[in-house]
Design a protein around this ligand. Structure first.
Ligand code: URA
Length: 204
């Protein structure tokens, strides 16, 4: 399929798609959120990252990966020599699924129906952007990408052949790296993540 790049078509279509997603009521998750957090990045990006869902800060800002996990992600990308501004970053689920405890909003992991309802948007993002490489960050993104439950440790480290010669990669979610309890192990896991990103960047 020829990729539309240097004319306005893809960008116009992307803006229309985002606009439509801002009013999404396809599933109940929109009810108790600030806004849809749609993907962002250039429409001709060759590398796409898929996260899980917006967190508290993303819900407020309306942008993906701007909270604590996002900061780690930004640092890791920089160390891996990847310019985030040239990548497309999105989430499997575009509304913040959470429960309220007092004033706090506690993250809830999206389940299969949430992922399936939101696949509507991810599918259209994939069709518009047509990335050559797609990186799923964590199990939810992996499930959204492959349509089945994934075991990260079994799949990470090697590309998965997708339709139209697209390379898929599955790796850990940055917030996993924030949660590793043992400090030495945390450093190891972070290093492994950066190495993986570097390796993926070299495939472009
Ligand atoms: N975690 C995600 O998976 N996505 C975000 O946008 C933020 C945190």
């Amino acid at each position: 399929r020829p990729k539309i790049t240097h004319h306005g078509n893809a960008a116009t279509a992307w803006h229309a798609l985002r606009e439509e997603a801002m009013g999404c009521t396809r599933c109940p998750l929109h009810r108790d959120t600030t806004q849809t957090v749609f993907g962002e990045g250039p429409v001709d990006a060759r590398l796409m990252f898929i996260g899980e869902q917006p967190g508290d800060q993303e819900d407020l800002a309306g942008r993906p990966f701007v909270g604590p996990a996002g900061r780690l992600f930004d640092q890791a990308l920089e160390e891996a020599g990847i310019d985030r501004g040239r990548t497309y970053v999105t989430n499997a689920v575009k509304h913040f699924k959470h429960e309220r405890r007092g004033k706090r909003r506690i993250h809830q992991t999206p389940e299969t129906p949430d992922i399936q309802a939101c696949r509507w948007w991810l599918t259209q993002e994939l069709e518009l952007i047509q990335p050559r490489i797609i990186v799923a960050l964590g199990a939810t993104a992996g499930r959204a990408l492959l349509g089945k439950a994934v075991t990260i440790n079994r799949l990470r480290g090697a590309p998965i052949a997708l339709e139209n010669k697209v390379q898929g990669w599955i790796t850990v979610h940055p917030s996993y790296l924030l949660r590793v309890p043992d400090e030495a192990h945390k450093v190891e896991e972070r290093t492994r993540f950066v190495k993986e990103l570097r390796h993926i960047g070299e495939q472009l």
